[in-house]
Design a protein around this ligand. Structure first.
Ligand SMILES: [Zn+2]
Length: 270
C-alpha cells in the first residue's frame, strides 16, 4: 500500500519532536488524517493538509511516498523497504514479531530419518512461522490468567511419549539419558521420528515429546519394549511430581514437602 512519510532534518527534527503530540492531534482530529505509524511518521493520505499544518507550526519537512505493509501479528504499519520482516501464509510479519517468534518459539521440532529435513536442526513452529510445512502445529492451552502452555499437534506423526523438562533438576538429567537412548535406538532402526519441545508460561518448564511417523509405527513396535524399559529406568513419576511442585530435587526436600507434593500431584493429576 502506498503511504507518506514525514522527514525532517536538523533543527526541524528538534521542533517536530517538541511539538509531536500537538502535531498528531491536529492532523488526526482537525484535519482527519489517518496516521499509520507515529514512530515512523507515516500517514495514509492528505499531503497538502499535512504540509499546511507543519508550515503553520514553523516546521520545514519533506514528504516522501513510501510502500507500507501491515504486520499480521502486531497490526503495526511498517515501511516495506526499511523493515526486514518476512511474508508468511497469513500476510506480512514485521521484523520485530519475526524475531520474537524465532527466539521464543511456541514449539521447536527436530526431525530424524526424513530426507526433507536436516537432522538435529531446529524447525520453528510459531503462530505465523511454520518451518515444518504444517506437519506440526500448536495451540495455546490456558491454565488461568496468563499461565498456560503450548500443545503440539500433527496429522502425520503420532505421539509416543509426553514429558516435561524441569530446568536445573536431577529429573531433567534423567530425561536427557532417556532422550539419548531413545534417539539413538530410533535413529539406528531407521524410524522417521521427531523430538518436539514446547514452551510454557513457566520459564523453568518446557514440554518434551517424542513422535513417530504414522507410516513407521509398525517399525516402532519392536522398540516399544525399550521405551517401556527406558521409562521405567529414567522417568520416575514421583520424582517428577515432587520436583515440578516444589522446584527442588527430592533429595533436597523434607519428608513433609515430599508428602505434600505427592498428595497435590494426585489432586492435580500430574
Ligand atoms: Zn509485528
Amino acid at each position: 500500500m502506498k503511504a507518506y512519510k514525514i522527514e525532517t532534518y536538523g533543527k526541524n527534527s528538534e521542533k517536530f519532536r517538541e511539538a509531536e503530540d500537538e502535531i498528531w492531534d491536529r492532523l488526526e482530529h482537525d484535519e482527519d488524517i489517518e496516521i499509520l505509524n507515529r514512530w515512523d511518521r507515516i500517514f495514509k493520505s492528505g499531503v497538502r493538509k499535512v504540509k499546511k499544518v507543519l508550515k503553520e507550526m514553523g516546521i520545514e519537512a519533506d514528504i516522501e511516498q513510501v510502500n507500507v505493509v501491515k504486520c499480521v501479528s502486531c497490526k503495526v504499519y511498517v515501511i516495506e523497504e526499511d523493515d526486514y520482516g518476512t511474508w508468511v501464509e497469513d500476510g506480512y510479519l514485521c521484523q520485530a514479531c519475526e524475531e520474537y517468534e524465532r527466539t521464543e518459539p511456541p514449539a521447536t521440532v527436530y526431525f530424524y530419518n526424513d530426507d526433507e529435513y536436516e537432522e538435529d536442526m531446529p524447525y520453528v513452529v510459531g503462530h505465523y512461522i511454520n518451518e515444518t510445512e504444517g506437519k506440526f502445529w500448536v495451540s495455546w492451552v490456558r491454565c488461568g490468567g496468563w499461565r498456560g502452555y503450548y500443545e503440539a499437534y500433527s496429522d502425520e506423526y503420532e505421539k509416543i511419549h509426553d514429558d516435561g523438562i524441569l530446568a536445573y533438576s536431577e529429573d531433567a538429567e534423567e530425561l536427557e539419558n532417556f532422550d539419548e537412548i531413545m534417539t539413538k535406538a530410533m535413529k539406528k532402526a531407521g524410524i522417521r521420528f521427531a523430538r518436539v519441545f514446547t514452551r510454557s508460561s513457566n520459564v523453568f518448564f518446557m514440554g518434551y515429546e517424542l513422535w513417530v511417523h504414522k507410516d513407521d509405527m509398525d517399525k516402532f513396535e519392536k522398540l516399544k519394549k525399550l521405551l517401556n524399559e527406558a521409562i521405567e529406568k529414567y522417568r520416575n513419576a514421583t520424582r517428577f511430581t515432587i520436583t515440578a511442585l516444589t522446584g527442588k530435587d527430592p533429595s533436597e526436600c523434607t519428608e513433609e514437602e515430599k508428602l505434600w507434593a505427592i498428595i497435590s500431584g494426585m489432586i492435580l493429576d500430574l
